[in-house]
Design a protein around this ligand. Sequence first.
Ligand SMILES: NC(=O)c1ccc[n+]([C@@H]2O[C@H](COP(=O)([O-])OP(=O)(O)OC[C@H]3O[C@@H](n4cnc5c(N)ncnc54)[C@H](OP(=O)(O)O)[C@@H]3O)[C@@H](O)[C@H]2O)c1
Length: 302
Amino acid sequence: MAFHSICLIGASGNLGTLILKHLLASSQNFQIKVLSRQSSTATFPDSVTVARVGDDYPAGELEQAFRGVDVVVAAVSMLGMGEQYKFIDACVAAKVKRYFPTEFGLDDLPEWLLQLREMFKIKHDVRDYCVAREAQGLEWTSVCCNAFFEMGVASGFFQLHWKEKKAVLLDGGNAKFVATTLDTVAVAVVRAIERPEVSRNKIMLVQDFRTSQREILDAVQQRVPGWEAENVESGSWLEAGKEAVRSGDNSQLPKLTFGTFGQGNQYEGRPEYANDVLELPTKSFSEAMDMFWKEYKDLVNA
Ligand SMILES: NC(=O)c1ccc[n+]([C@@H]2O[C@H](COP(=O)([O-])OP(=O)(O)OC[C@H]3O[C@@H](n4cnc5c(N)ncnc54)[C@H](OP(=O)(O)O)[C@@H]3O)[C@@H](O)[C@H]2O)c1
């Protein structure tokens, strides 16, 4: 079995743009359609068909757009995440063969995080929803990559706060965690589409490398000196973040997400580890840093 026709939702986004680029570059000559909201100002290359649907993704319009499509990939933002039940129902109605949920993050979601962060509860429930649709003939593939590397460095997610030039290091900052450039995530999605048999009904864990806060801070310091580093004990730091969110301070939510793996995690060696079956080309840490500096050059002078 090979897939021919692919519909990408969210093709104008941070990740979606790159998935579209790699779909277009695939040697399998996919027929590509993007599905975009009526109010969206996004534009797309002439070689793709564009389906514009109402902003609330009406069921009938989705089903019509999905007819004749083999694979639907959702790369929608956090704000559109809850619409996936409609996407999946329309896939079943239109007899789409495979659905890729908008995962692209953590594979492991502790119960306390599901309670505190609605977005993750939706991701978790959508996984269950996909599994339940297998009986109706819809396959699924979930690509998990832990942290987006470049965005994680730039946004302060890895606890490097650019404005104050202050890094908050968990337990010394040497724990290694999984990170993936957006480009590699996009390549993984396309490889999973190109290899339908190995990716059927699977969570696929992909990565570029493991890194640490200390390694990132050292690389940043080489170009932007003058950072202050504060060491914190991860357990109490995380508990303080949970307490803040429980009292309504949602600005602490990214900190909680980082806290789920900031003490270290590893994909290699796990049954879902998919770099090998996808023959995924990866970037090194220094290549990823170069990509970061290129994309976020303004931060150097901030
Ligand atoms: N692992 C990580 O560190 C990490 C970091 C960031 C994001 N992510 C995940 O990656 C996935 C994609 O995120 P992204 O940052 O690429 O998304 P994004 O750029 O914010 O948005 C992607 C697309 O979603 C569509 N969309 C649907 N409903 C929307 C709404 N209400 N508001 C705005 N856009 C809406 C838009 O497409 P149209 O305009 O064409 O309709 C938009 O271009 C998500 O699952 C997200 O959770 C992971």
